[in-house]
Design a protein around this ligand. Sequence first.
Ligand code: GLN
Ligand code: ZN
Length: 760
Amino acid sequence: MNALTSSSLGYPRIGAGREWKKALESFWAGKIGEEELTDRLAEVRLGNLRIQREKGIELIAVNDFSGYDHVLDTSAMFGIVPERFQYEGGEVSPGTYYAMARGEEGEAACEMTKWFNTNYHYIVPELQGAKPKLVENKPLKAYREAKETLGIQGKPVLLGLFTFLKLSKGYAETETDAWIDRLLPLYGQVLRELEKEGAEWVQVDEPVLSTNVSAEDMNRIEAIYKTLTEAAPGLKIMLQTYFESVEHYDRVVKLPVSGIGLDFVHGGEKTLKLLKSGGFPEGKILGAGIVDGRNIWRSDLKEKLDTIRDILAVVPGERVIVQTSCSLLHVPVSAVHEDKLDPVLRDALAFADEKLEEIVLLSKAAVSQTAETAEALQRNEKALAALRSSEARGNKAVQAAALQLQKVPAARGEGFGERRALQREKWKLPFLPTTTIGSFPQTAEVRQARSKWRKAEWTDEQYKGFIRSEIDKWIKLQEELDLDVLVHGEFERTDMVEFFGEKLDGFAFTRNGWVQSYGSRCVKPPVIYGDVAFTQPMTVEETVYAQSLTTRPVKGMLTGPVTILNWSFVRDDLSRDVVAYQISLALEKEVQALEEAGIEMIQIDEPAVREGLPLKKDEHGAYLDWAVNAFRSTTANVRATTQIHTHMCYCEFHDMIGSIRDMDADVISIETSRSHGELIESFEQHTYEKGIGLGVYDIHSPRVPSVEEMVSMIERALRVLDPQLFWINPDCGLKTRGSEETVAALRNMIAAAKQCRETM
Ligand code: GLN
Ligand code: ZN
C-alpha cells in the first residue's frame, strides 16, 4: 500500500480573487447576462477541481459549488419554492433562485440563518405548501461535468435528507414522517441516477448527527438510510458528519451505508475515544476528518500522525480515508498571497490549498516515511516551533493575568441596587431616556476619506480633521433632536473588530483571507496569533473630543471580548476562554483610560455572544460562564457611578436570560424588530430588573416608522418591563443607513418617547 486514500469534503467557492463574488454581483447589477454568469461560475468551479487534482487529492468532492448557498440549491433541486415567487414548476430559473435568496420587488427574501456554529449563513427552506419533485439533479450535473471536462471521477456531495428537513421551516413536528416519506423517493432518484451514471461514491452530509439527536430521530435516520441504500445498491454512500463528535456513536457507525465520516478535530478527543472503545464495523469505510477545516493554522503533523496511528489500530488502512474535518468553505483559499505578513506567522498558516497538501502528505506519511515526507514533517515542525517561541507569544504578564481571570470570577464592587441609586443621582436622566447604539451613517464621503488616508493621499491631520467635522455635525444634530445620551458616531471605524485589532498587540490582518459569510458577502476576519495586549488608548481621543462639544453625556463605545473573539480566526494553542480573557484585560485598560478622561458612561457591545454557543447543549453552561466572566472583567474596576451599557443585537432572550443578567451591565439594549412579540412574551415569563432598551424601530430597513408605531411598541414593552428602567433606542447601529432617513426616524423616536413620558 502506497498511501491511504485522500479526500476533500468541499472547497471554497469564492475563487482565489473572489471571482465568484464579482460575477454574482455583476449579474445582479444587470451588468452581465445569464450566459456570462454561467460561464464565469463554471470557470471558478472547474478551476477549483483542477487545484484539488494538482494537490493530489484522490477523491474530490463535486457539487460543493453553488450559485449562492448549498441549502438553497437543495430546495431548488426539489422545486421547493414559496408560493409568493410564483414558481410554475420545472428547473428553478436563476431569476427565481436569486429572488428567494435576496427578495424581489415587494416579495420578502427567504429567511437566512447561521449554519450550525459557523459564521456561514444559509437560506432556510420553506416547506409550507410545497409539492417537492426532482426538477434538477444537480449532483449528477456536477459529476458529469467533472468527468467529461476534466476526467475526474468525482464524489458528488448532497445535503442529507434529515439535516435538510431539520433546517427547514413551514411544517409541524407531527408532519416530520410525512415529509420524510415525500422526500425519500426524490433522494432515492438522485442516488439512482448517480449510480446509473457510474459514480462510485456519494457524500451525504448529515451534520445534524453532531447535535443533540433524540433516539426517535435516530430511528428515522436508520430507516432513511436503509431505504436509500436499497434504492441504489451499487453506489457507495459516505454518510458525512462534522463540527462535533456524534451522539449515538454505536448507532451511527452501524447505519446501513458504505462509509461513515467522523470529525477527529472538533470533539476529536471524544470521537477517538468512542472509536477505540466502541470499535468500527467490519467492512465499512471510515472517513477520518483529521485536518481542521475551520481554522487557518498549519496542523501539527506529528500529532496528526499519532491520531491516524490510533485510528489504524482499530480500522485497517484499506478502509481509512484521510480528509479534512469539514468542507473548506469556512477557510480562505490560499495562503501564498500573504507575503506581507511576518514570515513566522505566514509560515504557520494553512488555508484551503495548504490544508489539501497536508491531507495528501498525511495520507502518505501514515503508511511509509520517504525522503519527501520526512522533509515536509521537518519543515512543519520548524514552522510551528518558530511561532511558538515568537516574541508575539511571549507576553508573560498577560498570560499570567489571563490565567488568573480563568480562576477568579470578576465582579463590580457594588451590586446593581446600590449602583442604580448612585447613578440616578449622578446622571439625572429623564424618565424613559433616549439614546442610539453607537454608529451613525458611514456615507460614501466617510469611506472615501478613509481610503484617501489609507493610500496616504491624506495626512493624518487631514483625516483627523475630517473625522472631527463629522463628530461636530452629529453632536449638533443629536442636541437638536434632543437625545439624552449622545454618541460620537464611530466614523473612524471600519468595523467593530478590525478597528480594535489594528491597535492591539497580537492581531494580524491578511491580504486575501476572505471567507463566505452569506451569499456573495465575504468577510476577512482578523487573525489573533499572539498574546493580546493593550498598547495605547483606542477610543479616548474621539470620545473626549465629542464630549468637549456638549454638556450632555457622551457614551464611550467599545466592542466586547467575546465578540472580538468570535469574529476572528483564533490561535489554537490556547483555549478560547484564555484568549477571551487576554482581550478582556486589554479592554479593561481602555475602560480605565476612558473613565480617567471623564467618560463615565461606556457601552461594550457583545452582539456575537450567542454565535459562540457550542452545538451540544450540555456544553452551553461552561461557555456562557466564561463568556460572561470575560465581559465582566472589562468593567470590574469602574466606579459605582460609571454606567456600563451593553448591546446584543438579536438574541433569543429566553434561553440566555440568566447569562444576560450575570453580565451585570447597568443598561442593555437588544434588537427586537424581528421578534418583538416573542421577546415581550419572554419577559412575561422572566423578570428583568436592570436597565434595558428594546429597540423601538428596525434599522435594517430605510423605512421611517411613524410616531404612533413606536409609541405602541413602547407601550407594549412597558406592560412587562419596569418603566423606571426602560430606555428608548433604535434596534442597532445606524451605519448602514442614509443620513436623512436616520434623522427622520430619530425625530419620530424622540417624539414617541416624549409622548409616552407625558401620558404615563
Ligand atoms: N456600536 C455598534 C454600532 O452601532 C454596534 C453594532 C452591532 O451591534 N452590530 O454600529
Ligand atoms: Zn446590534
